[in-house]
Design a protein around this ligand. Sequence first.
Ligand code: NAP
Length: 379
Amino acid sequence: METTPSESSSTPSTTVPKKKQGLGWVEWLRGWMYIIYEMLFQRIMASHLENPLSLPPINNLTCIVTGSTSGIGLQIARQLAESGAHVVMAVRNTKAAHDLIHKWQSEWTGLGLPLNIEVMELDLLSLESVSRFAEAWNARMGPLHVLINNAGIFSIRGPQKFSKDGYEEHMQVNHLAPALLLILLLPSLIRGSPSRIINVNSVMHYVGFVDTEDMNVTSGKRKYTSLVGYTGSKLAQVMFSSVLHRRLPAESGISVLCVSPGVVQTNVARDLPKIVQAGYHLIPYFIFNAQEGSRSALFSATDPQIPEYCELLKSDDWPVCAFISQDCRPTNPSEEAHNIDTAHEVWEKTLEMIGLPSDAIEKLMEGEEVRCRYGERQE
Ligand SMILES: NC(=O)c1ccc[n+]([C@@H]2O[C@H](COP(=O)([O-])OP(=O)(O)OC[C@H]3O[C@@H](n4cnc5c(N)ncnc54)[C@H](OP(=O)(O)O)[C@@H]3O)[C@@H](O)[C@H]2O)c1
């Protein structure tokens, strides 16, 4: 019988599985096909949904919405407030947010009680700003029922840029800063339990890949493009959310979800070449407006069956968190998102990068203090 080289060698060799360096071409092709399918058929798939989505009574909810001065986040904040929720617009441009509130209040006059909406400053390009925000919110000692991590960037065709914390900007704004925010806000989410964390993600994560040894894409192993930055950050968010979903005990009553808003006409396309932007405007049939794009997040924030669904996934030991599609139906995130080993590496690496200890969740669940490198102590 022939032997393999390792069998014939005198010293038994321990074969270390080779670390995946990127998506296989079949996975990559399947990812793009899924994205194109979604783009072409999203309107048909979502044809059963009303626009705007009608929401159940939510007068008792307090919701934080990041990036609510534009696009999808603006619609989410406005519709939650008009349905009675106490809404906190967590934004970097506070003047723009105050101007919006002024406009919304005047248009709402005569339709009901004044909107219960306020503004707090949050710049996701600064982890210190995130920490300061969470500290200010937690100091109120009130409940938080819904955190919507909506703010995001896609600097299409832009050069590789780094935050003052030293992280690639897509990774910081779309994944690291929202991750820090949600962990630091856990004490308030526990007070608001049953509560929900909604991460506005993207189908683009289907073509994303995360190399945990090269989160900034600077090693030269992969060529940086804004697409690599964006899709990697969105995949990192799904993986981190999945580990969080499994780590949070059922008793915490906190549901963790990622949602896809669909392909939506917003300012996210501001960096597209003019000619492509023109094309974007020419095909309104396929592309959602911001109100349509807000439906999956609003559904996930308010549908009464969501906590039960998340619990079911947990009790079935499902490897990923709930992922709600643009048509408000549960769907499966990408194949790579199911890679449990990488997801755990993403979890560990993220905590290290945002300056939190690896047992942060367990400590916060026990009501202990957790220190963050980027701010004062958190309770
Ligand atoms: N549009 C789509 O087709 C699409 C598809 C899939 C997923 N998404 C996701 O949907 C989310 C919302 O995007 P959008 O399409 O509504 O885009 P948008 O119109 O550009 O809105 C993005 C929001 O994020 C805020 N933001 C950006 N950088 C920030 C920072 N450093 N700190 C705090 N806030 C910051 C922006 O604030 P400023 O106004 O101050 O810049 C803005 O309010 C993003 O996570 C995006 O990735 C969008």
